[in-house]
Ligand binder design. Sequence first.
Ligand code: FAD
Ligand code: NAP
Length: 338
Amino acid sequence: MVQEYLNTPLRERNSFGIDARAARLAEFDSAESLCEYLARTPRTTGRTAVIGGGNNILFTGDFDGLLLHPVGRACRIDARGGDRVAVHAEAGLPWDDFVRLCTENGLWGAENLTAIPGTVGAAPVQNIGAYGAEAADIIESVEVIDLNTLKPSIIAAEHCAFGYRESVFKGPLRGRVVITAVNFRLSRTPHPNLGYGALAAETAALGEPSLENITEAVRRIRASKLPDPALIGNAGSFFKNPVVEQALAERLRSRFPEMPSYATADPDRIKIPAGWLIEKAGWKGVTRNRAGVYERQALILVNRGGASGANIIALAEAIIADVQAKFGITIAPEVNIW
Ligand code: FAD
Ligand code: NAP
């Protein structure tokens, strides 16, 4: 089934709470109904794009094309025995419901990704990640519909070009496919991944490193640091963490010995937290024209109430220029700017 809305408000459909409208928005509950709808719907004006929960999109104006929104939420766990368990989830399932289903069924692999807002269908797009885990660790394949041919296909994980908050869906396939379902592979064998920040201590305070305690620990850490979009508009981290040449990191470390940095898979490249650069440059807590930098985490830009997409962009551009001037690093948005 497809439910179509014309000239529809988007304010409740994006976590920044930006006031914008979509010329057309279609909610679809299956790959078949999507194809049937697209086949009979002329797409003459604007572009066609997909919106899940709108937790990683900044609208800078009205959307003059067709927005597709998955609402199918079915999730199927392979009932057979064995350690590796296949899970099939439809694109419209809220990500956190997927994580809960996995953990309640004793399946390991998704627990560090607890409480990330959004849908299953969006998870492969930026290869969502947190606390040393990422969606790519558990994705086996992604089911898509090609927007031109309306043909379904299954893209194996090794062809998804997953990287740090990157994938083929943000690159060559951007705007060309709709993700209708994701196939995951989880494990029944416990393998706690607690090497990140306060996660080990927070889990230990709750008891043994069980799925229940790890997910509760992640929930608590997140609730203490991250703004709830229901209360204050935001899209999580606005910028990606820059990965820079070792030589530049060394030069900066001699100027700022306290600067945090992390090794990457490439020994010549170092990850520097963008939040630290922004805070060091003096932006934490700053507000300009109702767009602000969150007080508890400088990586997050917030809508203080009534900000437009342009207000948020103006703040982001000022931060990018200042960080470039002070550190010689160009930070780039993680959020999709539409
Ligand atoms: P949307 O914002 O609707 O879409 C994001 C992008 O994916 C768009 O380009 C859209 O076109 C595309 N897309 C969405 N669904 C589909 C589909 N079915 N087919 C094809 N393309 C699609 N991200 C992290 O990685 N880690 C975090 O820890 C994290 N924490 C966050 C905390 C907060 C408070 C907030 C607000 C955001 C956070 N994010 C985090 C960002 C966000 O949760 C993720 O990017 C999430 O995957 C967005 O899901 P969504 O359904 O809202 O996608
Ligand atoms: P944090 O723990 O204060 O860490 C700050 C930054 O340092 C993070 O960006 C993180 O990079 C990096 N970092 C910290 N410990 C690391 C380690 N052991 N190894 C490698 N990198 C490390 O960050 P936070 O803001 O509270 O967020 C916690 C986690 O949730 C992070 O993984 C973050 O990515 C995720 N998160 C993401 C979003 C989003 O919108 N994308 C929003 C909120 C939280 P990484 O980001 O690469 O992990």
